[in-house]
Design a protein around this ligand. Sequence first.
Ligand code: ATP
Length: 248
Amino acid sequence: MNTASQTGAGERYVLEARSVVAGYGDKTILRELDLSIRPGEIVALLGANGAGKTTTLSLFLGFLAPRSGQVRVDGRDPVADPDGARRSLAYIPENVALYEHLSARENIAYLLALADQNEPAGAIGAALGAAGLDPAAHDRRVAGFSKGMRQKVAIALATMRKVPALLLDEPTSGLDPQATVEFNRLLTQLRAGGTGILMVTHDLLSAADVADRIGFLDAGVLREEVAASGADRFDVRALHRSYGGQAA
Ligand code: ATP
């Protein structure tokens, strides 16, 4: 059974927000937000501080219910079916939280076991290797890991969970240029495997490097969406004007 959202045209979306109005208390943050991500597509959401980017992630995570409109994760309503939606989703926050006294391999084994998924140590090692974590670090406690290394553990976990959708919050903030390039390479691998990815970021260059579409959120409204096209993918100067323009 295909539980993913289908439009009349038969398009499948792994993350979908339709005419979503949402906020906190009597404060409205998102105003008629429409955002949809297909399998194998990377969408970056940019916007000024307070524009509603994290609020958008909270909707997909089921932390916040929309006042009106529809939110779906692989066809599941995160409020009505939180377990179903969470099973379809991996979330990598700005600072990945791991069990500090456990090794990278043990973290993954434990987090998978919590979801009733048991995998042999070799398979976990292979996933960590594919995520670019040096084999010498697989059995080291994560306490001393850098942000980039923690992200690799989180990506390996997401790969093993085979989730159709991935949410990323500020994934490249604080990463050096080489780690950013490496991280984006991992995202393109996930995309090739069919994962649909939504990242919220202030890093325009990194978004232009990896995203298929870039959306600009302005005071809770998706003001503009630009799709990659041609060999140059994006006109970075035009994107920069768009991004800077909204802050003015
Ligand atoms: P940033 O780039 O600073 O992370 P953002 O685009 O992610 O910003 P949000 O975190 O979604 O913005 O916040 C949007 C607005 O909602 C802000 O005005 C913020 O103060 C408000 N807000 C966020 N969380 C809550 C909450 N739990 N209760 C009340 N207001 C909140």
